[in-house]
Design a binder for this molecule. Structure first.
Ligand code: S3P
Length: 171
């Protein structure tokens, strides 16, 4: 059986608001490599925004596209890859992540919610009770983030610079 070999130098996972984009940008700069953000990759590939894809085609179709974009990014991109918060829901994606260096940016529910704020950019958190939804997401996903992670970093109350230094020390 052919072994899947991840080429990505580092993959970042974690829930919305855990700082994947900010940390990813800084980490890539420190490592002298490029950042590939899978949410941006999905938007570039489809020519639509993520809220549009959810509204027009629904979450299952979004997840199908996401699985493909994530797979390609992890296998082909040589820099830092930051994954959309729900990517780990896919068992195929978790399989693709085997053998990669995967950093889980841990965040408390309170601070994660504060950081995601009231933006409309995240369709899953747009409902009547974002706090309940976020708690539910975390309950479902925490074991999955832990399963794929090779490094875990707590980000609560830490500056992006501090988090990046902690990651670099553990690569
Ligand atoms: C999602 C997180 C988003 C984006 C989409 C779904 C999720 O990415 O992929 O809205 O299921 O948690 P971020 O983690 O960058 O917010």
């Amino acid at each position: 059986e052919a072994r899947i070999v991840a080429r990505a130098r580092v993959v970042l996972v974690g829930p919305p608001g855990s700082g994947k984009s900010t940390i990813g940008r800084k980490l890539a700069r420190e490592l002298g490599v490029e950042l590939f953000d899978t949410d941006a990759g999905i938007e570039a590939e489809t020519g639509r925004s993520i809220p549009e894809i959810f509204a027009e085609d629904g979450e299952p179709e979004f997840r199908r596209i996401e699985e493909q974009v994530v797979r390609r990014a992890v296998l082909e991109h040589e820099g830092v890859v930051s994954l959309g918060g729900g990517s780990v829901l896919s068992a195929r994606t978790r399989e693709v992540l085997r053998g990669a260096t995967v950093v889980y940016l841990e965040i408390s529910v309170g601070e994660g919610l504060r950081r995601t704020g009231s933006s409309n950019a995240r369709p899953l958190l747009n409902g009547a009770d974002p706090a309940a939804k976020y708690r539910e997401l975390m309950k479902q996903r925490r074991p999955l983030y832990r399963e794929v992670a090779t490094v875990r970093v707590r980000t609560d109350g830490r500056s992006p610079g501090r988090v990046v230094r902690m990651i670099l020390a553990r690569l």
